[in-house]
Ligand binder design. Structure first.
Ligand code: ZN
Length: 136
């Protein structure tokens, strides 16, 4: 496994527009795009900051994982994403160590990344995303 950088930090919010207003207005971090990821039932806003970015997540349906997260824990940090050079290799390496995964194979993530989630039971309680980007 070759982790390279903290790709992004995902934050679950109830209202994307209001959250963007805070991060842009109060913090001066520009939002460079919004994308709806239909498969995960979320609308995502990207706010790059240095080598990493803040990813704001708003649920688009009641059964969205982000809606369930907010229901249980309230708004807040939802996941941490680590970028790797090769996601297949990273997943094989985790499987070989018996690490509990949510995704056995890569799937589509916001911004055209290929991603997979590692189960919080294996990471000390955080939802960990492994992400590979060809355009970075
Ligand atoms: Zn993410």
């Amino acid at each position: 496994m070759k982790p390279t950088v903290v790709d992004h930090i995902g934050i679950a919010v109830k209202n994307l527009d209001e959250a963007v207003k805070f991060w842009e207005g109060a913090m001066g971090i520009r939002c460079t795009g919004v994308e709806e990821v239909v498969e995960q039932k979320v609308k995502t806003a990207f706010l790059p900051l240095g080598d990493t970015e803040i990813e704001l997540l708003e649920a688009t349906a009641e059964d969205s994982p982000v809606a369930k997260f907010i229901e249980k824990k309230g708004e807040g940090i939802h996941h941490l994403a680590i970028r790797v050079e090769n996601i297949e290799e990273a997943l094989e390496s985790l499987k070989a160590r018996g690490i509990r995964l949510i995704d056995q194979a890569p799937r589509y993530g916001a911004g055209g990344a290929r991603i997979a989630f590692v189960h919080p039971a294996a990471t000390g309680g955080i939802l960990l995303e492994i992400s590979e980007r060809s355009n970075h």
